[in-house]
Design a protein around this ligand. Sequence first.
Ligand SMILES: [Zn+2]
Length: 279
Amino acid sequence: MVPVDRYFLAALLSGLVTEQLYLDDDSVTAFDATVERALSDPPRVVLDRTHFYPTGGGQPHDTGALRAADGDRVWRVVDVEKRDTVYHALGTAEDADGGDGEPPELPEPGTAVRGEIDADRRAAHSRYHTAQHLLSALLLDEFDARTTGNQLYADRARLDAAHDRFSDADLDRIETRLNELVADARPVSSYAMDREQAEATLDTERTRIDLLPDSIEELRIVEIAGESEGDEPYDRTACAGTHVENTADIGEVVVTGRETKGPEEERVRFALAEHVDED
Ligand SMILES: [Zn+2]
């Protein structure tokens, strides 16, 4: 339920920015690219294509490394940010190879690099992000509570919803239902869809298409399958984040708490069972 970043997508569609490969395949964690620009203060590079996910839509950026294809130089990617294009912030020499902590020597434009994304961090984000889609859908279905915001991390997440108050019994029910949907092992897929077609065929309240500026003509739709083959999807939203391929890949989810966020707004906290301290 995270709206696609409007400004970025508009720029992407106008062909001005780095090709965002994760939009087509969010399971890839190693790829080849070429440095287009290198900037200092802070040190960062722009690539012609990237699988690194930049901070956005409530999902933190990937981390990882860029390795020169023709030698042993390696740069640590410590932040990824999208503005007019995608910037990969490079760590100090110490971050990369136990060096002296000085700013790294920047790669020259044209340098061929191998991008390596920290797979564990990415996988955690994809699991939490997919869990968030399930939670948003079930809160809308069963409580008529629309998602108003969300933030995920590699070890926890939270979601805000337009709702008066979730009782302890509600939270138990939400947790049980979430884990049923995980155990159902429902396929998760994504595809591009023409905006006009999306507006004509999808539930715009659910997909939040109405929040996107008119300049965006193509959307990325993320779909979680219905209970049986041939059923309507359980969830279908416009989203540019990363997700797992099947709800079973999320694993057990624990609803860890709630708090009042404002009038008619509740915040629900959740985590993967392996990230919850039982003490
Ligand atoms: Zn998403």
